[in-house]
Design a protein around this ligand. Structure first.
Ligand code: ADP
Ligand code: MG
Length: 728
């Protein structure tokens, strides 16, 4: 009785918590309240079931049916107590969004009445009508069968009275149709390879997890102004618009005061995030006006990826309540900085060691060096593939500009690490070291932490920078799912660690001492990966030339970058570690190209429509005003007419020329689209769109932007940059 009452009270206080405003509470009071996490599983599941789930999570195993049934019962009980009416498998199809299909717990009974149900099978497997998700030809639509299944490593959560079950999404034939499946495989592969290497240093290491801390940049725009810009609404970026007289030149936005309306939006989405267990830490203004960033405390990579996609949804929804639109497009405005999603990547052991953080002893530091150098070597060997992983239509507007990473991968190690790498290269050889030499080297290596702590040199222009205890991959675009770059980095590093282990073992077999063998192979990789190291300004023209001289291959245009997925080396890499097979890569390649074509196609259509229906009529209207005016001047000042009206006549001519250009080229652009649409091969069509259609879009824009400067502001039909970029 007593416990029951206690439970009821607990229930009341819990409900109270849900209903009262959370902003008055401490974050820790409600952090994760909407997540069916381990703590809640412990409460709602029988002990043996809880233990089985835990083991499944730890060992990356599937849940068996019986356990699933019991988990489903517990999950449903928890969700319904919290007012949930529906459940959905929540997954990440291959189009940079998330998908859900909501089903009610409610089941009407034959002959009247109803009950609420949620069986184990539904937890383990659901069949969304998958035909509408991109599949790259993997499934014919007539057998639109794919299934989703709970990923127990990611806890279920509640949004809008719906229980969301993070899931993988696979075709019936077994191929992955999502980001999560290969991500999980890459995490498992890296775990195994890293544990094997850790065994040289610490026998207690039995699990290595990848950690990810993302930094999400975004723009905010007033909703009414957004809706008045068909280009923004339909493509996510402005296809026209002259830069405002004042934008980011004064750098007064960065770290500046955040406007009140924005603050209240941030507070609300942060509150949602905390409820969902997303550990947001920082918020600040970015360089461009109305550009902001938020970043959480890093987490295990699978969860971090889920949290990023989830937060993007939460932000969109919350923005609507504040009459704002959040823009995740990488380059919504020409001439001001774009948005990225830095991915901070590292590895952590079950013994609590960050493998990319120098330790306290020579032994832990050799371990650190081994992981550091292997990551660098992986970037050296698979740098182009890494860059391909972030290539997209939207990100291409940002990359290679003067504010975003170049299209060639390089590694910034920092002066301290460079000195250490150079020393190892100079001092170690494949000859046997004398005991004195050994002691000296060990002493040096033992000193790494002191030096690093003092060393705060940062290079913000490097795409892959070592920042003291992690690598930061900065080329990822703000709208993308960070799973893809992670899949590539993880798989490349897995490959590298396995090679490392094999090479060290081979030396040990030849009776070289373990430490010495490790150092020798580290040195070998330092030498082999030298050309990937670059400490200078990654945005400079000199670097582009230098990179070419070094033979570093960047990604050229976007569709060419996609080809990297299908190079024999890439296929071999992914197949060897069972992360993606050739069919899956082929499908992804098709989807990438398809998405690219669609995006350019939409931009091109929207631009042509706007030009024909908004811009040209407006320009002509203003031109007629000028023409009338010139006629009037002529009437009043017949003698001085030529002198007085000269400038206006010039303007009338300029308008005529711009209009003519826009008309002619819009027409040619449509013809070019028709031509490329007839090309069946999607990759070829994408290249056609890149080389022929995109230049049209840029050139037409140029002339529209010129008109914007000429035409009467009162007549201009679209909100201008200076308006879009201010929030009051
Ligand atoms: P900056 O703006 O200088 O790049 P921030 O403080 O905005 O840095 O972001 C740093 C990010 O790095 C945070 O998301 C943080 O959680 C993450 N991070 C820190 N340590 C690790 C680690 N060991 N593994 C992964 N991410 C990490
Ligand atoms: Mg960063």
């Amino acid at each position: 009785m007593a416990t029951l009452r206690f439970k009821a009270l607990d229930e009341i206080s819990r409900r109270e918590l849900i209903e009262t405003k959370l902003s008055d509470k401490k974050i820790s009071d409600y952090f994760g309240i909407d997540v069916f996490d381990r703590e809640k599983m412990r409460q709602y599941l029988p002990k043996d079931v809880f233990d089985s789930v835990n083991t499944a999570i730890e060992e990356n195993r599937r849940l068996d049916r019986k356990v699933a049934n019991q988990v489903a019962v517990g999950m449903k009980a928890w969700a319904m107590e919290r007012g949930a009416t529906h459940y959905t498998h929540w997954f990440q199809p291959l189009n940079d969004s998330t998908a859900e299909k909501h089903d009610a717990f409610f089941e009407p009974l034959w002959g009247g009445g109803s009950f609420e149900t949620f069986r184990g099978e539904l937890l383990v497997q659901q069949e969304p009508d998958a035909s509408s998700f991109p599949n790259g030809g993997l499934r014919n639509t007539f057998e639109a069968r794919g299934y989703s299944a709970w990923d127990p490593t990611s806890p279920a959560f509640l949004i809008d009275r719906t229980l969301c079950i993070p899931s993988i999404f696979v075709a019936y034939t077994g191929e992955a149709l999502d980001f999560k499946t290969p991500l999980l495989k890459s995490l498992a592969a890296l775990d195994r390879a890293a544990v094997d290497v850790c065994q040289y240093f610490d026998k207690d290491v039995t699990k290595v997890v990848t950690t990810l801390g993302w930094e999400q940049e975004y723009f905010l725009v007033d909703e009414a102004l957004f809706n008045a810009r068909p280009d923004l609404a339909q493509t996510g970026r402005t296809l026209m618009g002259h830069t405002a007289a004042k934008d980011q030149q004064l750098d007064d936005h960065y770290w500046g005061a955040i406007p009140e309306r924005v603050i209240s939006f941030m507070k609300e989405f942060e509150e949602q995030a905390y409820r969902l267990g997303i550990p947001l830490k920082t918020r600040h203004n970015e360089v461009a006006p109305n550009q902001f960033e938020c970043a959480p405390m890093f987490e295990e990579a699978n969860i971090a990826v889920d949290h990023n996609t989830l937060l993007m949804t939460v932000m969109r929804k919350t923005a609507a309540k504040h009459k704002l639109k959040v823009l995740f497009h990488e380059k919504p405005f020409m001439g001001v900085n774009g948005s990225g999603k830095h991915c901070n990547w590292s590895l952590a052991t079950n013994t609590g060691v960050n493998l990319l953080s120098p330790g306290k002893t020579p032994k832990t530091n050799i371990q650190f060096l081994a992981f550091f150098v292997n990551a660098m070597k992986a970037a050296h060997d698979y740098g182009t593939l890494m860059m391909a992983s972030i290539a997209s239509e939207t990100n291409s507007h940002r990359l290679g500009g003067h504010e975003a990473p170049p299209s060639v991968l390089s590694v910034f190690a920092g002066s301290t690490m460079n000195a250490i790498l150079d020393q190892i290269e100079a001092r170690i050889s494949d000859k046997k070291l004398s005991p004195d030499e050994k002691t000296e080297i060990k002493l040096d290596i033992g000193k790494i932490p002191e030096i690093l702590v003092d060393n705060t040199d940062r290079n913000r222009t490097s795409p892959f920078a070592f920042t003291g205890n992690r690598f930061e991959f900065r080329a990822t675009g703000s709208s993308s799912n960070c799973a893809l770059p992670l899949i590539v980095i993880n798989t490349a590093v897995t490959e590298q660690l396995i090679r490392f282990k094999n090479e060290v073992d081979a030396l040990i077999e030849k009776n070289v001492k373990k430490d010495e063998a490790i150092l020798q192979i580290i040195r070998k990789y330092i030498i082999e990966s030298k050309k990937i190291r670059f400490e200078g300004n990654g945005y400079s023209r000199e670097w582009q030339e230098e990179a070419a001289k070094r033979g570093l291959r960047g990604i050229g245009n976007v569709p060419l970058a996609f080809k990297e997925y299908l190079s024999p080396e890439s296929i071999a890499l992914f197949e060897r570690h069972k992360v993606l097979n050739k069919t899956e890569l082929q499908a992804r390649y098709e989807i990438k190209n398809e998405t690219f074509v669609k995006k350019v196609q939409i931009e091109s259509r929207v631009l042509a429509d706007l030009a024909a229906n908004h811009i040209i009529p407006t320009a002509i209207k203003y031109q007629n005003v000028l023409i009338e005016n010139v006629k009037g001047i002529k009437e009043i000042f017949p003698k001085e007419f030529e002198n007085l009206a000269a400038e206006e006549i010039k303007t009338i001519r300029q308008i005529a020329e711009h209009v003519k250009y826009i008309r002619e080229h819009s027409f040619e652009m449509v013809e070019a689209r028709k031509k490329w649409n007839n090309v069946d091969n999607i990759a070829e069509r994408a290249i056609g769109y890149e080389t022929e259609i995109r230049p049209f879009i840029e050139n037409i824009r140029y002339h529209i932007d010129k008109l914007e400067l000429i035409v009467d502001d009162q007549l201009w039909p679209l909100p201008k940059y200076r308006e879009l970029m201010s929030i009051n």
